[in-house]
Design a protein around this ligand. Structure first.
Ligand code: F6P
Length: 593
């Protein structure tokens, strides 16, 4: 393999600083080309310092804010369009400095540079990790060539093909088999081939401008496809089968069900007859695919002309900027998609060029390390004050937990400390009336990110009062309450007495990060996604784990295939199961209608 950064002219030039750091950091290690052994974070001097600072640590945000008028400005950063206020976190300057040293000692910047230059940091699959290349602008210099592939040229060529195809669909030039314009696009995919598109489609609905609605079918529970197609007209529906591997059971099963639905619907409408040619023609007009395995797309019966490729160096959960975003380009147009990519890229650049002490995704990743490894946090809430981001926590669950839910390091040795925390969340204010009680007064430490936007997508008034302003006052109130709490004295001063005082007291010192942006534009959304990608990267690197494989999902997939014949009644397959599984199979057999 060769990892090189070349200018577009054929002449080799001195590598950029990125490539320079890559060479220095990576060499040719035995864990995969371009990768050296992970550094044990617990053996670093920064870790020892953090352990010392943790002993006897008594956070006091009230006192810290009172004593330091510069705290907010020192801990507030602008990351492109995002205002990120870290001041309500449980850190002081000494802790932040030690965390930054931890990032230095574990080589976060070097590994990031190695990743962006194409080193095979996905060691268990011996692959480069280049989702950042998906959002490099056209004509970026120097050109990125990895393993002999002109990555930039390939990325731009697929983007152009997606745009051209989407424009045909949006304009009505692309028609269904009966000559009708597409009104609905149904993306069939799961995991990274679903969560990004569905989250972004939900978030950017105000930008849908072509009279085309996207829907998303993911679950192999047949309810999903049945309900999502129930009110659709096959003549105006376009399916996108999105699967990196094109082997995923759920996606291929749903794709076959969708094909049957299409054929049956068209036949009922008298639009096609029962011949092979008619069916093939229907698929050609109503199915396209997105995959790295284009030969498997052809086997399924989709013309490779209608397939959009990407590459094995794009991880599923990092793939929404690739052709996996095709449904979004159709729904919103290519300008919106390019704006989204530009937002990603702005954050990619920030991470690559900003000193660690001011590097927002790195700092946020380090704060998470502090909470997980030193203060015992087991989960992290993400609370968007934006209904449009209702699927953002679900998206982040795959991004963070499939990435950092690991017990071994990238050299195969056991991790030396706790790794990935549980990410979860719901939009505010709904969460306030559900689980915030536990965050405010429970016994667990739950760091929380609050995300809000100054300007609403739908400015509505209630009796002359701006409802969005009221909404945002909740965002501000919650972070304030969590940080500063309410003392017993304050409760008593309101006239409360007896046992009620304790019940109405808020300890405070519940850490939050506030992320504020002018509006939820495509670019801002790209910035937000990239922010969390690089937070995840930072944590993974500190812990020495490969955040880019997902072997933990394999066993369940294998067993499901083994158990399927048992569900169908195969005696040998039933006999091969454990006692609990056999009993559940028996329950199934006796209750199935
Ligand atoms: O759940 C495992 C996984 O491999 C995810 O990482 C991936 O996003 C998802 O399955 C879907 O995979 P594919 O795009 O290959 O269908």
């Amino acid at each position: 393999m060769s990892t090189a950064i070349r200018r577009r002219s054929s002449a080799e030039v001195t590598p950029s600083s990125v490539a320079h750091r890559t060479d220095a950091a990576c060499g040719r290690g035995r864990y995969g080309s371009g990768v050296t052994a992970p550094i044990d974070p617990t053996g670093t001097s920064a870790w020892a310092e953090l352990a010392r600072l943790r002993d006897g640590f008594t956070p006091d945000l009230r006192a810290w804010f009172a004593a330091d008028p510069d705290r907010v400005s020192a801990l507030t950063f602008d990351l492109d369009d995002l205002r990120v206020d870290l001041s309500k976190n449980l850190v002081d300057a000494e802790i932040v400095a030690a965390l930054v040293r931890l990032a230095e000692e574990t080589g976060v910047a070097e590994r990031y540079a190695a990743m962006r230059a194409g080193a095979h940091i996905n060691t268990t699959e011996d692959r480069a990790v280049l989702h950042t290349a998906l959002r490099r602008p056209a004509g970026a210099e120097p050109a990125l060539v990895v393993d002999g592939q002109d990555v930039d040229a390939d990325v731009q060529s697929v983007l152009e093909a997606m745009s051209a195809f989407a424009e045909r669909v949006r304009s009505g030039e692309w028609q269904g088999v009966t000559g009708k314009k597409v009104t609905h696009v149904v993306n069939i995919g799961i995991g990274g081939s679903d969560l990004g598109p569905v989250m972004i489609s939900t978030a950017l609905q105000p930008y849908a401008d072509a009279g085309i609605q996207a829907r998303f079918v993911s679950n192999i529970d047949p309810t999903d496809l049945a309900q999502k197609t129930a009110d659709l007209d096959p003549e105006t529906t376009l399916f996108i089968v999105a699967s990196k591997t094109f082997t995923t059971l759920e996606t291929l099963t749903n794709a076959r069900l969708a094909r049957d639905w299409l054929w049956a619907g068209l036949a009922t409408a008298g639009a096609i007859d029962d011949t092979e040619d008619a069916r093939t023609d229907a698929v050609a007009h109503h199915f396209v695919a997105v995959s790295t395995a284009l030969e498997k797309v052809a086997e399924f019966g989709i013309d490779p002309v209608n397939a959009f490729g990407f590459w094995d160096w794009v991880g599923g959960r990092y793939s929404v900027g690739s052709a996996i975003g095709l449904s979004l380009v159709i729904e919103f147009g290519s300008k919106v998609f390019r704006d989204l990519l530009a937002g990603f890229h702005a954050v990619d650049e920030h991470v690559g060029s900003t000193p660690l002490a001011e590097n927002v995704p790195v700092l946020m990743g380090l704060l998470n390390v502090w909470y997980v490894n030193f203060l015992g946090a087991q989960s992290h809430a993400v609370l968007p004050y934006a209904q449009q981001l209702s699927r953002f926590p679900a998206y982040l669950q795959q991004l963070t937990m499939e990435s950092n839910g690991k017990s071994v390091r990238w050299d195969g040795s056991p991790v030396t400390t706790d790794t990935g925390e549980v990410f979860w969340g719901e939009p505010g204010t709904n969460g306030q009336h559900a689980f915030y009680q536990l965050i405010h007064q429970g016994t667990r430490l739950i760091p929380a990110d609050f995300i809000a936007f100054v300007n609403p997508a739908y400015p509505l008034e209630d009796g002359g009062r701006d409802v969005h302003g009221l909404f945002l006052s909740n965002f501000l109130a919650q972070t304030k309450a969590l940080a500063f709490g309410k003392t017993a004295e304050e409760v008593e001063a309101e006239g409360t007495t007896g046992a009620l005082v304790a019940a109405r007291t808020f300890a405070g010192n519940r850490p939050t990060t506030s992320i504020f942006a002018p509006a939820l534009t495509p670019r801002v959304l790209g910035e937000l996604i990239a922010l969390y990608e690089h937070i995840t990267f930072t944590q993974g690197t500190v812990w020495g784990i490969n955040s880019f494989d997902q072997w933990g999902v394999e066993l369940g997939k294998q067993l499901a295939l083994q158990i399927a014949p048992a569900i169908e009644g195969d005696e040998d397959a039933i006999a091969a199961q454990d006692a609990s599984t056999q009993a559940l199979l028996e329950y199934y057999r006796t209750h199935r209608d």
